[in-house]
Design a protein around this ligand. Structure first.
Ligand code: ADQ
Length: 469
C-alpha cells in the first residue's frame, strides 16, 4: 500500500491538544505508512531546505523552520490578508501588498525542496489549504510524479472575487497541477467550474481566455465533519458533566444560547450580538429567561482587521449589557479564551440553542460538534447560517441569513418555543447527517478518490518535463 504524506502549513504540535482534523489524519497515518510535513512553528535566520524529523505521539513529523520575513509575507500577508478575505468575499478587508506574493511562492518552493528528498515514487501526497496552492507546481518542477491532491478548507470564491486576487491565473494553473482538488461543498465546486469555464473577466467584445487546463484535474466536494460518536461520549464524560453542573448553577433555569468561534470577521460575531439584542428588544418576556454565552479566543491578532473585529465585538457586547443588564441579571457573557474539547462538549450539551451564524464558512465544525453533543431525549436547536458549508448537509437546522438580524432573532425565538417532538425529529436528522459526513469517512473517501486518479504522468512546467520519470 502506498505511503500517505500529509502537508499543511503547521505540523501537529506536542503542546497543543489535537483538534478533530489532526486526530482524523493521525488515525489515517496510524493505519498507513507515511508522515506529516509542514512548518515547525520556529523562525530561522536563514531559510533552510533541510527537514527535521521527529516522532510526536507515535506520528512521524517532518518540519522546516522559516525565515521571519518570508513567513510574514507568506502567512499573515498573502495567505491571510489576501486569500482568506477574498475567498470569504471580503475584498473590503483585503490588503493588497505586491511583494507578499513573492514570499508566498518562496515558502512554497522551500517546502517542496525540503520535502522532495523524502518522497518515494508511489507516495500519495495530500496538501491542505490555501497557504499551499503552489506546492504541486513546485514539487513537479523538482521532478515529483506522484499523485498529489489538494483540499481547500475554506470556501471557493465567486469568479469576480477571484479576479481581484493578484496572480489568480497563476494560482489556478497551480491548482491544475493536482490530480484531485477537494472542496467542502457543492457551491464551491460550482464556483470553481464557473471560473474554469471562462478564466478571464468577461468583456462585451473578445472571447473568454483560458490559461489553465483542468482536463486532468478532478474537482469534487468532500464535506468534512467531526467524530460524532467521540463527541457524544465526551459530552457525558466527567469533565463535561462538571461543566454542565457549573453552568446549571450559573444559569438558574435560564435557557443558554451558545456561540463558539475563533475570533474572525468571517464568523459574523457583531451581527450575532445584534440579532440577540433584537431578540431581547422585541420579546420583553424573554429577558431574564435567556443568556447568551459567546466563546471567542483571539486569532491572527497581528492583522489589523482582526483587532478591529475584536473592538467592534467588545463595543457591541458592552452596548447590550448597558441596555439590558439589571443588578441581578446579565444578558450575556463573552469569554475570550479557548476551552478543551471535554468542557466544550459540556457547554454544547447544556445549550438550548447552538448559534452558528458565520457570514461565510468552508464547513464549520462547531455545528457538527454541537449536534453530536446533544442529549437525544432533550436536544437543543441548531440555528445555522445558510452561508456555512454545513448548511448543505444540515437542512434540518433553522437556517438563517446572518446579515438579516431580524431573521436570526426570529429563529432564536422559534427555537426557544419549539416543542420537544420537533426538536427530537430535527436533531435525529442532523445527527444522522453528522454520522454520514464524519471526519473518518471524509478522509477515507478523499484518499480513495486520490488513489483512483490517474497518477504518475502529470504534466509539470517545462523544467519538470525534461526530468526523467
Ligand atoms: P475554522 O475557521 O477554525 O476552520 P471551525 O470549523 O468552526 O472553524 O472550527 C474548527 C475547530 O476549532 C473546531 O473543532 C472547534 O471546536 C474549535 N474551536 C473553535 N472555537 C473554539 C473555542 N472557542 N475554544 C476551543 N475550540 C474552539 C477552517 C474553516 C472551516 C472548516 C475547518 C475544517 O474556516 O470552515 O470547517 O477549517 O475544514
Amino acid at each position: 500500500m502506498s505511503r500517505i504524506v500529509i502537508v499543511s502549513n503547521r505540523t501537529p504540535s506536542k503542546t497543543v491538544a489535537a483538534g478533530g482534523l489532526a486526530v482524523a489524519l493521525r488515525k489515517t497515518l496510524a493505519t498507513r505508512d507515511g508522515f506529516w510535513f509542514g512548518w515547525s512553528g520556529r523562525h530561522a535566520e536563514k531559510p533552510s531546505s533541510e527537514a527535521m524529523f521527529e516522532s510526536i505521539d507515535g506520528l512521524q513529523v517532518g518540519s522546516i523552520d522559516l525565515n521571519r520575513e518570508d513567513f510574514q509575507a507568506y502567512y499573515a500577508g498573502f495567505s491571510n490578508s489576501i486569500l482568506w478575505p477574498a475567498f470569504h468575499l471580503r475584498l473590503d478587508l483585503a490588503t493588497f501588498e505586491g511583494h507578499w506574493y513573492e514570499g508566498y511562492r518562496r515558502v512554497n518552493a522551500q517546502f517542496a525542496r525540503a520535502l522532495v528528498p523524502h518522497l518515494k515514487p508511489d507516495d500519495i501526497i495530500w496538501v491542505h489549504d490555501y497557504h499551499l496552492i503552489p506546492l504541486a507546481t513546485e514539487l513537479r518542477a523538482l521532478g515529483a510524479r506522484n499523485r498529489i491532491g489538494f483540499y481547500l478548507h475554506i470556501p471557493f470564491p465567486t469568479t469576480d472575487a477571484l479576479y481581484a486576487i493578484p496572480h489568480h491565473q497563476e494560482l489556478m494553473r497551480d491548482l491544475s497541477r493536482y490530480n484531485l482538488v477537494g472542496m467542502q461543498a457543492n457551491r464551491d465546486v460550482a464556483a470553481f467550474t464557473e471560473f474554469a469555464e471562462h478564466q478571464a473577466p468577461p468583456t462585451l467584445s473578445g472571447n473568454p481566455v483560458k490559461t489553465a487546463d483542468f482536463s486532468k484535474t478532478q474537482v469534487t466536494a468532500f464535506p468534512i465533519g467531526s467524530d460524532p460518536d467521540a463527541f457524544a461520549k465526551l459530552a457525558t464524560s466527567p469533565a463535561a458533566v462538571r461543566m454542565i453542573k457549573r453552568m446549571e448553577r450559573a444559569m438558574n433555569g435560564q435557557a443558554l444560547i451558545l456561540g463558539v468561534d475563533r475570533l474572525d470577521y468571517s464568523k459574523g460575531l457583531p451581527q450575532r450580538v445584534e440579532a440577540y439584542e433584537k431578540l431581547l428588544a422585541n420579546n420583553a418576556a424573554l429577558r431574564r429567561q435567556v443568556h447568551l454565552l459567546q466563546v471567542a479566543p483571539p486569532s491572527r491578532d497581528s492583522i489589523k482587521e482582526y483587532k478591529e473585529t475584536s473592538d467592534t465585538l467588545d463595543a457591541m457586547c458592552g452596548k447590550v449589557m448597558g441596555h439590558f443588564a439589571e443588578p441581578d441579571w446579565q444578558p450575556l457573557t463573552y469569554v475570550k479564551r479557548a476551552y478543551g474539547q471535554p468542557s466544550l462538549a459540556g457547554l454544547y450539551r447544556m445549550a438550548r440553542i447552538g448559534l452558528v451564524t458565520p457570514l461565510r464558512d468552508g464547513m464549520n465544525l462547531v455545528a457538527h460538534e454541537y449536534v453530536a453533543s446533544q442529549d437525544p431525549q432533550n436536544p437543543g436547536v441548531l440555528v445555522l447560517s445558510r452561508f456555512a458549508g454545513a448548511a448543505e448537509i444540515f437542512d434540518a437546522a433553522l437556517l438563517v441569513n446572518p446579515f438579516d438580524t431580524d431573521e436570526t432573532a426570529e429563529a432564536m425565538r422559534l427555537a426557544l418555543i419549539m416543542p420537544l417532538e420537533e426538536r427530537k425529529a430535527r436533531w435525529q436528522a442532523l445527527f444522522d447527517a453528522a454520522k454520514t459526513y464524519s471526519v473518518d469517512n471524509w478522509a477515507a473517501l478523499y484518499l480513495d478518490a486520490l488513489s483512483a486518479t490517474k497518477g504518475g504522468k502529470r504534466k509539470g512546467p517545462p523544467a519538470a518535463d525534461a526530468l526523467p520519470d
